[in-house]
Design a protein around this ligand. Structure first.
Ligand SMILES: C=C(O[C@H]1C=CC=C(C(=O)O)[C@@H]1O)C(=O)O
Ligand SMILES: [Mg+2]
Length: 469
């Protein structure tokens, strides 16, 4: 990777051309600049005519960064389940090392950046609705807005090679300026109307929970997370812009993500961080154990206290804490977490929550940690492989990217991946929503079912479904 700290575009472009000649294939050319403030939703919406099917948006739950991408300069996808994280890392490193980045400073989340997600279980049978996504699907956008607390930045990524000329560079720069100019006008996404919401075989799901409880009572497993889906149909095709706009307003304290691929979009607002890396600093989150929000402040506090002292939920949570600690320990010089969980309150639900903070050892990458962390017992179970086997048998569905890692990483090793729950797949005039819960030997099928209903609410509301409050 050559990083040029001069605003000399032509000189940098010539360097990229020389590299392309040397490697005998096109290489990445990336330009980063500071820009005046642009609304990320307007930027995303501005891409609807030229870039629909290749857009993404990410906002973290701490409000430190928002990233929106349009177009695809490079796609890295994995078909093979073996070593998929290693394969992505290898291809990504090669791509950025061969390229040229023209950036005044190496700002976090700017320049070439890989955004995408991984299927929850690459070994499970695929179903048709997930056809637009591979096991791992990641992309480097062509135009990207990064909004941090300090400033807004615009990145232009393109391939430059023997068959590309300076004209394509000028065209890209012209297009970039046009997008920024037009994104200054606020966007108004097209509304959608829900015509039907269908729960998939609720009784069968409750029976599956009972089967799993019976198996857990035998004592060979400790926890299995079972999920179910529902299908929402619309009068006309639904755009991700509409759903994103709603999530943005309704779920300010969640990670918000949207990831378009061809005619599909995987979208959601999740409270759960898998792992974040900024320089050496590592953050992860244990999130498991749930209860409703109260209808008054008093009731809400009472529910919170109940959750903090509930043995079944504490056990559900404890298994996640233990597992995340074990997974991260080999990668971190320091690792700490509070002795007891606290509460994380979302609009429709509250959870037991334990933050984990660490300092990464040299050479540790985000993907190294994801490989060991995923799936945590908040989405898989304990022991992991046995639980995954039971999930395949009992759920009888394809989770796709639901409950998988979704997020980004930049060329400097910073990045963040969330656990893609409270999410759904949009496809033309249909949408599939997914929600699951941690089953332990004490679980009751009826209350677990009610818990999944609470977890559907955020997406149903964002789709325009009839939810009160
Ligand atoms: C599997 C989901 O939630 C997980 C995360 C938090 C709490 C959970 C629970 O209490 O069961 C789940 O482990 C979901 O939202 O689909
Ligand atoms: Mg639970």
């Amino acid at each position: 990777m050559v990083t040029i700290h001069k605003t000399n575009i032509e000189k940098a472009y010539d360097t990229a051309m020389e590299k392309a000649k040397k490697y005998q294939h096109p290489v990445l050319f990336s330009i980063v600049e500071k820009i005046d403030s642009v609304d990320p939703l307007s930027f995303y919406n501005e891409g609807i005519s030229l870039f629909k099917g290749t857009r993404f948006l990410w906002k973290d739950r701490d409000h430190t960064i928002t990233i929106a991408g349009l177009g695809s300069t490079k796609t890295i996808s994995t078909e093979d389940d073996r070593d998929q994280f290693f394969a992505v890392e290898k291809e990504w490193k090669r791509f950025i090392n061969e390229g040229v980045i023209l950036s005044p400073e190496n700002w976090i989340g700017t320049g070439p950046l890989l955004f995408g997600g991984f299927r929850f279980d690459p070994l499970n049978k695929r179903s048709l609705e997930w056809n637009d996504f591979e096991n791992g699907t990641l992309q480097v956008p062509s135009f990207m807005l990064t909004k941090s607390k300090e400033a807004d930045y615009l990145t232009l990524n393109m391939l430059c090679g023997p068959e590309h000329d300076e004209e394509s560079l000028n065209e890209m720069i012209f297009l970039k300026d046009e997008i920024i100019r037009k994104a200054k006008f606020p966007s108004v996404p097209e509304e959608a109307s829900v015509i039907n919401i269908e729960d998939y075989k609720p009784q069968e799901w409750k029976n599956s929970v009972q089967n799993v409880v019976d198996e857990l009572k035998d004592g060979e497993m400790e926890k299995v997370v079972l999920a179910r889906k529902c299908k929402v149909s619309f009068e006309a095709p639904i755009t991700s812009d509409f759903v994103l706009d709603n999530l943005w307003k309704q779920q300010p304290d969640s990670f918000i993500f949207s990831f378009e691929q061809n005619k599909s979009c995987f979208i959601g607002a999740t409270p759960e961080r898998l792992v974040k890396k900024t320089g050496e600093e590592v953050l992860s989150t244990c999130l498991a154990g749930s209860i409703a929000r109260g209808s008054s402040l008093d009731e809400d506090e009472k529910f919170g206290e109940e959750l903090l002292n509930d043995e079944k939920n504490r056990y559900e949570h404890h298994l996640v804490v233990e597992n995340i600690h074990q997974a991260l320990e080999p990668f971190c010089n320091e690792l700490s977490m509070p002795a007891k969980p606290g509460l994380m309150k979302m609009k429709d639900i509250q959870h037991l929550y334990t933050p984990v903070v660490g300092r990464a050892a040299a050479q540790t990458s985000l993907l190294n940690m994801i490989e060991k962390l995923h799936p945590t017992p908040a989405l898989g179970g304990v022991p992991r492989d046995r639980a995954l086997h039971v999930i395949r048998q009992e759920e009888k569905m394809d989770r796709g990217l639901y409950a998988g890692p979704v997020g980004w990483m930049d060329a400097y090793g910073n990045g963040e991946f969330a656990v893609a729950i409270r999410s759904g797949l949009l496809h033309e005039d249909e949408s599939y929503l997914y929600a699951g819960c941690g089953i332990v030997a004490d679980s009751d099928p009826e209350s677990e079912f009610l818990e999944t209903q609470m977890k559907f609410r955020s997406m149903l509301r964002a789709l325009g479904g009839n939810i009160h409050g």
